[in-house]
Write a protein of this length. Structure first.
Length: 212
């Protein structure tokens, strides 16, 4: 079964789906995430964190990524055995939450990712459009500032009376630093907007293909 390119969910169902993922234990890994077909029970794909990082150690272009993971594990006092065996990234999480195929043509790309979503919203408007007043179920997104640094995207989960985003559900490496009330560490969390406010390219965008 191939995942659709139009969301089978309403805006409310998207939020329900996203909030359900807050109960999981997921590792952030760029390029990971379930979105190829069907409707998986969570947004992740299997990963062996040690093997995955050791593979990146063999390639000089990933030196910064390796250093970031090594430093974070040292700071948090974590071993590889402490890490989840499931992983996704930010756009993989969003595609799963929408129930759509991540691998699809969008703004000149074959993938639904931060760059293609931002480009579609600001120039193409086929699936996303920039809005100035947010409502829960919209997205915050900024594109890659330059390789190898990725962009980022999250789902607005709370706004104030003026339609300004207050909280966002997103999959990010720094979320793993947060210890949840039940003692879990996970890359998917509801946080403030700090990571998005740090980029001048961040836009509030609305998805145009909800199921009513």
């Amino acid at each position: 079964m191939t995942a659709p390119t139009t969301s089978p969910y309403t805006r409310a169902q998207l939020l329900e789906h996203a909030r359900g993922a807050l109960k999981l234990r997921i590792l952030y890994w760029l390029g990971a995430g379930a979105s190829e077909s069907g409707e998986p029970t969570d947004p992740s794909t299997p990963i062996d964190p040690k093997a995955a990082l050791d593979e990146k150690r063999r390639h000089p272009e990933y030196a910064d990524v390796v250093r970031q993971y090594d430093e974070a594990m040292r700071q948090l006092g974590l071993r590889f055995d402490d890490l989840p065996r499931r992983a996704c990234d930010c756009s993989g999480f969003v595609a799963w939450a929408l129930g759509v195929a991540r691998q699809q043509p969008l703004a000149g790309s074959e993938w639904m990712n931060t760059d293609s979503i931002h480009a579609d919203a600001t120039r193409g408007h086929s699936q996303f459009e920039v809005v100035t007043v947010a409502q829960p179920g919209d997205f915050l997104v900024y594109p890659s500032p330059g390789k190898p640094k990725p962009g980022h995207i999250g789902i607005v989960s709370e706004v104030d009376a003026a339609g300004r985003p207050l909280k966002v559900i997103h999959c990010a490496p720094d979320n793993f630093r947060i210890v949840q009330p039940d003692g879990r560490r996970t890359a998917i969390a509801a946080t403030d907007l700090a990571i998005f406010e740090a980029s001048p390219a961040t836009r509030i965008v609305a998805y145009k293909r909800f199921n009513a």
